[in-house]
Design a protein around this ligand. Sequence first.
Ligand code: 5CA
Ligand code: ZN
Length: 415
Amino acid sequence: MRAWSAPAVPDLGVTAPPVSVHDTATGGRMVLEPQEGASSARLYVCGITPYDATHMGHAATYVGFDLLHRAWINAGHPVTYVQNVTDVDDPLLERATKVKVDWVELAERETELFRQDMTALRVLPPQHYVGAVESIPLVIDLIQRMEAAGAVYRVDDDLYFSVTADPAFGAESGLDRAAMLEIFPERGGDPDRPGKQDPLDCVVWRGERPGEPSWESPFGPGRPGWHVECTAIAWEHLGGTLDVQGGGSDLVFPHHEMCAGHAHVATGGTPFARAYAHAGMVAYDGEKMSKSRGNLVFVSALRNSDVDPMAIRLTLLQHHYRSDWEWTDAELFDEVDRLARWRRALALGAGAPSEPVVTGVLAALADDLDAPRAVALVDAWADATLGTGGLADTSDPHAAVRVHLLLDAALGLSL
Ligand code: 5CA
Ligand code: ZN
């Protein structure tokens, strides 16, 4: 699948510190220098299910991982970035039926809108942007490997993955069985289906249903399960253990746990990812922003009403990627004002010393992607540059150029 166009990342002429992020599996910090022998850092972030437009929750997650992508580049590491598109799944098919649109058309339309939103927000594109439908041969291959390891069984026309086949099952989320059983049905699981060996087992191949799309396979006609899609795409396009599997915190269980389990079983125990990183949930009107609840603020709607995409991006950056927070329009308007102040400071050319802000911003981002700290440093620089009571600091003749490049390279803000 086509991704979107890449904004250039300016070279700052300094090397940022090694990047560390919080790892859900260990609950601690992980320093992410590329693996021995790997030519690049390997990043996989779970992509959209394209049945509706990009909302602020999606945008926050992708901007969050864009900070990781940029922090690695600024630390001197090339990055191979892979993202999927869940272009066949229950919610997409249900929406297509409801609005009487062909499901392929709906997926293509919403994916194109997502590309435009990501371009406007200056999110670096993945090198491999891969749909589930185009990956069906990879999925079949992965299921066959799991089958050969004795980890797959049939219930009617569907194939299930046996979670007990992975001795490490549960290590990614750290959840106990009771918590897993509670969450599983809320996130697409079917614990009560008769014939399953364990209530937590998940579908890897869903046999053909009347009126639904299906593809031929050695297991009969059907379509891929959700978790096996991401495992197959990530493994194929990154070629080994990922440095980071990312997504929103709603994917901690079962999605990323199952991905880890599938990979362990198919490869004889090779870890799926070194770290599992999760972005917090963005709420609106008191509840998680979600397509199913309908409490949405769309990136495209704001763009269409002439909101500067950089103000949207800055609003997202004001919240640490791991925190849960609530979108308000008032905050967006504050950030419009902040951008105007930064632009005034940058227009002066000379300004307060740039060296401390460059070092500080790169260090903040290398430290678990601490964008709010980075924004506060730029704010302090703009305040000093503009001065209060006429006491502007213009001691650095090249300050504006340096800070301009820094905002672009590290925070993805083009002013
Ligand atoms: N296609 C699957 C992942 S393989 C999926 O979850 N799609 S999605 O369209 O529902 O979400 C896309 C990404 O946005 C996921 O990483 C998800 O965790 C994240 N996300 C969804 N809702 C929110 C929210 N309210 N706040 C933050 N991130 C969110
Ligand atoms: Zn995924």
